[in-house]
Design a protein around this ligand. Structure first.
Ligand SMILES: NC(=O)c1ccc[n+]([C@@H]2O[C@H](COP(=O)([O-])OP(=O)(O)OC[C@H]3O[C@@H](n4cnc5c(N)ncnc54)[C@H](OP(=O)(O)O)[C@@H]3O)[C@@H](O)[C@H]2O)c1
Length: 293
């Protein structure tokens, strides 16, 4: 199978690139946009030609993992047109490219397509995005599912894990613990989610692809916690005590984009197919990180 991972310099794409590359019989290429990494090609999905030129110079993929996106939720809120271009229009180019290649697309979406009144959510729950980011993610979901009955849309949320830049929430806390003599955290106490390890996202993606699945799936860990609880889980797993923590309501943080407060996802359809798959927890991830340091 020939696979193109768009956004392989990012968290999810990086883990997918690593796992898919290790599969016998898979030929895998990955792309970056602004953060060059050895072995990856530069692709800007906003420029449709870039995709076709890449295929001319490399190979025609059978599978495209679309992990490339503008992921800064508050930036999207204050730059809606740019968000539309970089999320919706750029993804249309990927869909058009996939049509010409005959490739299956896996799109990563988010629990921000829900309003956060009653999470965690299963796949059949009605969507109602609150933010620009959430609305644009929903549009890409709809267009992907309408484009081909072979494509997959995988909703994920609050992803943590190992990545080159260590920019995810858990990785940033781990980084601060290593570098600072004391850390101070200001976190929302009312934003609930279901954190998931990027390595589990990659593993679940591979299983769905291998099984020839299509349609909409939630990929989520079994932890259901707010940001304060998530940070405390990291700190307590490491017995780290040199911190102060302000637990605040979301309102007090002045975030530009509205959040789905009671968010999170339940991997119902995935677990029905693969009941034996055990998602990791934040605690087990941090314990593993501690052993490897
Ligand atoms: N992480 C989460 O908690 C989370 C939650 C819900 C949904 N998601 C979704 O999952 C997907 C992957 O997220 P992530 O956390 O891995 O994000 P990430 O770490 O920020 O990575 C995003 C990737 O997209 C690339 N990219 C940005 N603009 C691009 C463009 N115009 N053309 C091609 N590539 C472009 C980036 O390249 P450079 O870095 O090289 O610029 C990077 O490789 C996104 O669709 C995101 O919305 C993530």
């Amino acid at each position: 199978m020939k696979v193109l991972v768009i956004g392989a310099s990012g968290l999810v794409g990086g883990q997918c690139f690593r796992l898919f590359s290790a599969q016998p019989g898979f030929r895998v290429a990955g792309s970056y946009f602004s953060f060059p990494l050895a072995g990856l090609s530069c692709i800007d999905t906003l420029r449709a030609h870039a995709l076709f030129r890449w295929a001319d110079e490399n190979f025609v993929p059978d599978l495209i993992l679309q992990c490339g996106a503008l992921t800064h939720v508050d930036y999207c809120e204050s730059h809606p047109e740019e968000s539309f271009q970089k999320t919706v229009v750029a993804h249309r180019h990927v869909l058009e490219f996939s049509r010409q290649c005959g490739a299956k697309v896996v799109l990563f979406s988010s629990d921000y397509v829900f309003d956060g009144r009653s999470g965690p959510y299963v796949e059949t729950d009605p969507v109602n995005p609150l933010s620009v980011y959430g609305k644009h993610k929903r549009l890409t979901e709809e267009e992907t599912l309408a484009h081909s009955s072979r494509h997959l849309v995988l909703r994920i949320t609050n992803v943590y894990g190992r990545e080159v830049r260590g920019k995810n929430f858990v990785a940033r806390i781990l980084d601060q613990i290593q570098k600072a003599s004391h850390i101070h955290l200001r976190l929302p106490v009312d934003q609930y989610s279901t954190p998931v390890d990027a390595a589990d996202v990659a593993a679940a993606t591979l299983m769905l692809v291998r099984a020839g699945q299509a349609g909409l799936f939630h990929i989520a860990g079994t932890d259901f916690m707010n940001r304060v609880e998530l940070a405390l889980t990291v700190l307590r797993t490491l017995n780290y005590e040199r911190y102060t923590l302000e637990a605040l309501p979301t309102q007090a943080l002045g975030q530009a984009a509205p959040r789905p407060l009671l968010g999170g996802l339940i991997a119902q359809a995935f677990k029905n197919l693969f009941p034996e798959f055990a998602f990791g927890t934040v605690r087990t991830f941090v314990e593993g990180w501690k052993k490897s340091e």
